[in-house]
Design a protein around this ligand. Structure first.
Ligand SMILES: [Zn+2]
Length: 377
């Protein structure tokens, strides 16, 4: 049963199930309608079966042979399903709305869009050799966009994320999910949404996040304007390693903004790390200086303490020497001594026979042990 036609005068595509479209074509005199397939001149007439369920459809003009296009030939074995047909018409309408030339069933594609670069929109419900078919279209100067309805039976290796692709979902105007908007029991109008692989800037704009269901019209506008591009996960998430092959759609400006922020953040983090390193270094230097100062003070105190002891002993010893200066016997010996380096030697010169050992030696040993203990500690 044919449902779609093109108004011959304006080129507008109409769907008999759409109220506004029906009002446009079911008037007197009837505006000329043709098959919407590019290059087909099959004339069509609107029919309404008012006596049954109110079914509306298009039939070929009296006396002409059916071109066989867009009749919704059922599922299985490759023939176009009602869903496939309906979705093609919806996409065609969107392109028309956007003011971009698009044709159905031409150049071996579902829909060829004359954007720059031209795109082949492929509604795909089964697995195929995606890479080979992308290549075939590339040779004809077209990029390929794969559209997988939720009903599509695909392999488990996720072609949705491996080739430039989208999931297709249907909603009513209030955003409620529609299961099969191509059936006559489903209320019209319906809205086509794309999802699964679309990324947008998240809260704060720092990172990219999955967009959820996204207006098909908006997506196609961005795509045909060359603003929305297919990028690997590595780029989307700012990873140094991409991991498995896995990609998504992102607006160039969103990616640039996020990458600029990532770079700025990386510089900030590096600067913060450098600041911390410098602070740690300064702290370590201060601690070292502090420790050195303490050590020096402690050592000075210890030495001072020891010297005081020694000086006391020296003074005691020198007392005898002073007394004996008058007789001049030890004056020459005293002047030969390196003064101050070994004050205890004064006593040895004074009483060489009675005190051959250094009387300050036990005191010196104790000082040395204390210093050693201090530096070890
Ligand atoms: Zn036709």
């Amino acid at each position: 049963m044919k449902r779609y036609a093109r108004l011959r005068e304006s080129g507008r595509i109409v769907d008999v199930r759409h109220g506004d479209d029906w009002a446009l074509i079911y008037t007197r005199p009837r505006p000329p309608l043709v098959c919407p397939v590019d290059g087909c001149s099959q004339g069509l007439s609107p029919v309404e079966l008012t006596n049954t369920t109110g079914t509306r459809f298009l039939r070929v003009k009296d006396g002409s042979q059916d071109c066989g296009h867009l009749a919704g030939r059922g599922d299985g074995g490759g023939p176009m399903t009602d869903e496939h047909l309906w979705l093609q018409m919806m996409l065609l309408k969107i392109c028309e709305d956007l003011g971009i030339d698009a044709t159905m069933e031409t150049d071996y594609t579902d829909i060829r869009v004359d954007s720059s670069p031209p795109y082949a929109l492929e509604v795909q419900k089964h697995n195929t050799d995606f890479a080979a078919r992308i290549d075939q279209r590339k040779q004809r100067g077209m990029e390929t966009l794969w559209l997988f309805p939720e009903s599509a039976k695909l392999s488990t290796d996720d072609p949705v994320f491996r080739f430039p692709a989208l999931r297709v979902r249907y909603q009513d105007e209030d955003g409620n999910e529609l299961k099969s908007p191509w059936t006559s029991s489903c209320p019209s109008p319906s809205v086509v949404k794309f999802g699964a692989t679309i990324w947008v800037r998240g809260r704060g704009g720092f990172e990219l996040v999955p967009a959820g269901n996204y207006s098909a019209r908006r997506f196609l506008k961005e795509l045909f304007e060359g603003r929305r591009v297919w990028q690997p996960k590595k780029k989307l998430l700012g990873l140094s390693d991409g991991g498995r092959v896995w990609s998504g759609w992102v607006l160039k400006e969103d990616l640039e903004a996020v990458e600029t922020r990532r770079k700025a953040r990386a510089i900030e983090q590096a600067a913060a790390a450098e600041r911390q390193r410098q602070e740690r270094e300064q702290k370590a230097q201060l601690e070292a200086a502090h420790t050195a100062a303490l050590t020096e003070n402690a050592a000075r105190d210890l030495l001072h303490g020891a010297r005081s002891d020694e000086t006391d002993r020296g003074a005691e010893a020198n007392y005898g020497a002073d007394v004996s200066i008058d007789d001049g016997s030890s004056a020459g010996a005293q002047s030969d001594e390196p003064h101050g380096t070994n004050p205890s030697s004064h006593s040895s010169t004074e009483h060489p026979e009675t005190a051959p050992a250094d009387p300050a030696a036990p005191q010196k040993l104790r000082l040395w042990d204390r210093l050693k203990a201090f530096f070890r500690g």
